[in-house]
Ligand binder design. Structure first.
Ligand code: ZN
Length: 229
């Protein structure tokens, strides 16, 4: 009896239209997923809309709901602000070209030292100018994102699962302040993660790129040639 009564109470459907705001608010929603809930309202236009709506609320229940919506929108904006990455030039593509599950981390480079070349070298050096965008080699979760990661300098590493194997990719010597991703963040294949630099144990602009599969170092050059597209 009581359950039946409760079930017939309809909640106001005022959330319709909250998803307006287009692509930008979708991106912000992804960044602020914890807080945004159904109120995507991370764009200014949507939040203005919510504010306007709040004056037309009539019942106390509606007003409470709208206040909650505005609070959620505010939290979403704050979270998006915190999550927003260091700014890069607007001329830099945020996603690399290519469609493969595995992508080249750079689109334009010359191959330098390879695995174990000239002493202890766990990766491949991809030579290009400082400021060149670096892209995630595959979808995954950021494991390391640091301004100073030993000899790697500014570095990012990402955990992937590819073909049922645990793969880790590492990107070293990036430009100070250029990292676009934080630890624990999910990234897409080809997503911009930072810019080529010469930080750490490096004397020239290049990307030091490593691949570990199930915890063991593999030749990243051979791996890219076999998998990237
Ligand atoms: Zn190197």
């Amino acid at each position: 009896m009581v359950g039946g009564l409760v079930a017939t109470v309809a909640l106001p459907a005022f959330a319709a239209g909250a998803a307006k705001g287009g692509e930008e608010s979708m991106t912000l929603q992804q960044m602020a997923m914890d807080d945004a809930q159904t109120f995507v309202a991370a764009s200014d236009s949507t939040s203005a809309e919510l504010s306007r709506d709040s004056y037309s609320a009539t019942t106390s229940e509606e007003i409470e709901k709208k206040k909650a919506a505005e609070a959620a929108a505010e939290r979403a904006r704050e979270a998006a602000k915190r999550a927003s990455a260091a700014s890069v030039g607007t001329n830099i593509a945020l996603i690399s070209p290519g469609t493969g599950e595995v992508r080249w981390p750079l689109t334009n480079f010359t191959k330098g030292r390879g695995l174990w070349d000239s002493g202890y070298h766990q990766g491949v050096d991809l030579l290009t100018s400082c400021g060149t965008p670096i892209y995630a080699t595959a979808a995954g979760v950021v494991k390391v994102s640091q301004e100073s990661y030993g000899g790697y300098g500014v570095a990012v590493s990402i955990d992937h699962v590819l073909g049922g194997q645990r793969v880790n990719s590492l990107y070293g010597h990036m430009t100070y302040g250029s990292r676009q991703v934080a630890v624990g963040q999910s990234v897409e294949a080809g997503q911009l993660i930072g810019l080529v630099g010469s930080t750490g144990s490096s004397t020239a602009c290049h990307l030091h790129f490593e691949v570990h599969i199930n915890g063991s170092v593999v030749d990243p050059w051979a791996w890219l040639q076999a998998n990237a597209g």
